[in-house]
Write a protein that binds this ligand. Structure first.
Ligand SMILES: [Zn+2]
Length: 167
């Protein structure tokens, strides 16, 4: 993954999303710097640099709320997985967003698909994002939109079928 380059941020984001889907992991932003207004790549690449860390490796205080989903507390693990990308420019390529660091080995937590499914982020996934995730599957996009409009339960089920490959 290191050295991989993208011409815009959307392309980068889709690449990361695909990686997360395939590996059953989830990355969250731990730091970033946006390009200044007026920068030639402000619209396309948006960021000067961006650092993503494994959701389960992020240092967070254990939740103090009691009784609600008690196993959430155990989701805090030390994992060193990290992806860093920076903007680069050359006369040949123009502006590019380049992955300069990618540690993709996960430690101290499972990366099976069931674990990925119970991440809070995936539970509250927006219908439109779910459609995006399923691009490339055999289900027609018009049908997907219909399905995801119905309700959030269906959204979750659709996602689960896709992840388990049983649709
Ligand atoms: Zn991890």
């Amino acid at each position: 993954m290191e050295g991989k380059s993208f011409t815009n941020f959307t392309e980068f984001k889709e690449f990361i999303k695909k990686h997360e889907e395939e590996q059953h992991v989830l990355f969250v932003t731990s730091g970033s710097k946006k390009l200044i207004n007026g920068h030639p790549a402000k619209e396309s690449i948006q960021y000067e640099w961006l650092k993503l860390v494994c959701k389960q490796g992020r240092a967070t205080k254990p939740t103090s709320s009691k009784g609600i989903r008690p196993n959430q507390r155990s989701w805090k693990h030390d994992c060193g997985a990290v992806i860093r990308a920076v903007i680069r420019h050359s006369d040949v390529t123009g502006y590019q967003f380049v992955i300069t660091k990618a540690i993709l080995s996960h430690e101290n937590h499972p990366t099976d698909h069931l674990t990925a499914l119970v991440y809070p982020e995936n539970r509250r996934i927006k219908p439109d994002e779910t459609v995006d995730l399923m691009v490339g599957t055999k289900i027609p996009q018009s049908e997907l939109r219909q399905i995801t409009r119905r309700n959030r339960t269906n959204v979750f089920l659709e996602r689960m079928w896709k992840t388990t490959g049983e649709n």
